[in-house]
Design a protein around this ligand. Structure first.
Ligand SMILES: Nc1ncnc2c1ncn2[C@@H]1O[C@H](COP(=O)(O)OP(=O)(O)O)[C@@H](O)[C@H]1O
Ligand SMILES: [Mg+2]
Length: 392
């Protein structure tokens, strides 16, 4: 396992002249509002800890004012922490001398913001190459590299245009290209797509996901939009009033929201779309028995044990050979019925279709074909009513 790209430990930021009292209040459980009412200090971030792993897209999500941008500025040290620390590649950012900070930000942490402030009098190519220019890369090389990233974001034909000749969405891609051109080991994107209309936003998300499939960068992505977070996040940290209230994969957060604040983000969103067979399967609902050339009724009866109607039959590598059912108990050698397996990552809609069409529960298998659980009609109904609510 690689060591994490970013480690954040007990990070706090209190804006104001006397943060000590605020920190003490926070440690005793006070909220951001309590602290402001009593001390006039503003809590930006409180006691935040997490790791960002190499190659993942880590999303910070939360309402406006919850501390996302402050947290990011603490990470690239545009803001000094009141307490706690940040390690990048194992190195404490606080120990980086001022003189190296600018280079560190430029090389190792490319920032993409909501508004890119493209330079209107420069071509798209020159804008995309700007980060490299600042870093002192020669003209020929920076234009070659900028051209490569313009190709990646689908803007190569527009290289010689001026920003004003491009649509808003395309301008946003130029900003993305500029950030990518310096080949940063960490990309920080603060609400980078938030100003775009939903269609353009989705398009940019796709551009990013596409690039990510090829290059696997470490990306810290801020969003206040749960659907965006779900689509692109490897993991999501949800922030409220300066604190992180939950960290998990999109599936973990959907299936197990920490509190009502987290749940409120799901309102009006069909979260079931993000679930897969693995999220709704049960691991011990269907009894299992070893496959043998001659299945005998007594071992089936023992496996079903009076209560179950079906049992899956597995070989020694935990691959499904079929199922037996209670109806067959009357015969001396019960029939082994064929059954189709469902891959763990199968999306809910496909699962629903197949479960509804099947009499027996369906086995769920890992990518290597080994058995990991089962889904039946009740599991599907539960998840649909829980996640789609009145939309069903
Ligand atoms: N420079 C600052 N001085 C005082 N308060 C600030 C400053 N920057 C941010 N804040 C406050 O910190 C809190 C978190 O802000 P911010 O990190 O911008 O939230 P978000 O990015 O989630 O919208 C807010 O209450 C904001 O008003
Ligand atoms: Mg912000």
């Amino acid at each position: 396992m690689n060591s994490p790209k970013v480690v954040v430990e007990g990070l706090c930021k209190v804006f104001g002249s006397s943060p000590k009292e605020a920190l003490a209040m926070l440690a005793a459980g006070a909220t951001k509002e309590d602290v402001f009412a009593r001390t006039g200090q503003i809590v930006g971030v409180h006691n935040v800890s997490f790791d960002v792993k190499e190659g993942e897209i880590f999303v910070l999500m939360g309402l406006s004012g919850s501390g996302k941008s402050t947290l990011i500025r603490l990470i690239n040290r545009l803001v000094e922490p009141t307490a706690g620390k940040v390690l990048i590649d194992g190195r404490d950012v606080a120990s980086v001398p001022r003189s190296e900070l600018i280079a560190l930000r430029r090389k190792d942490m490319s920032m993409v913001f909501q508004s890119f402030a493209l330079m209107p009098q420069r071509t798209v190519l020159s804008n995309a190459a700007f980060g490299l220019e600042v870093a002192g890369v020669g003209r020929k090389e920076r234009e070659t590299r900028a051209m490569t990233v313009l190709e990646q974001v689908g803007l190569a034909p527009f290289a010689e245009k001026l920003p004003a000749q491009l649509s808003g969405g395309m301008q946003q891609r130029v900003g993305l290209a500029r950030a990518l051109a310096v080949n940063p080991s960490l990309m920080i994107m603060d609400e980078a797509f938030s100003a775009l209309d939903p269609l353009k936003r989705k398009e940019m998300q796709n551009v990013l996901l596409e690039l990510q499939r090829e290059q696997q960068r470490t990306i810290l992505f801020v969003s206040h939009d749960l659907e965006e977070a779900m689509r692109i996040g490897t993991r999501i940290a949800i922030m409220e009033g300066g604190r992180v209230v939950q960290i998990g994969t999109p599936q973990e957060i959907i299936t197990n929201p920490a509190d009502d604040y987290v749940r409120a983000f799901f309102e009006g969103i069909d979260t079931s779309r993000y679930l897969t067979a693995g999220d709704l399967m049960q691991t011990d609902a269907v009894p299992l028995m070893q496959h043998s050339p001659q299945i005998d009724a007594s071992s089936v009866a023992a496996t079903l044990n009076g209560s179950a109607d079906y049992a899956f039959v597995l070989d020694s590598e935990r691959r499904i050979r079929g199922f037996v059912c209670r109806d067959a108990l009357g015969s001396a050698s019960p029939q082994l019925n064929q059954i189709e397996c469902i891959g763990r990552g199968t999306p809910l809609d496909d699962v629903v279709e197949r479960v509804v069409a099947s009499r027996a529960p369906l086995p769920v298998v890992e990518a290597d074909g080994s058995y990991c659980g089962s889904v039946n009609k009740t599991n599907v109904l539960n998840v649909l009513t829980r996640h789609r609510g009145s939309h069903v």
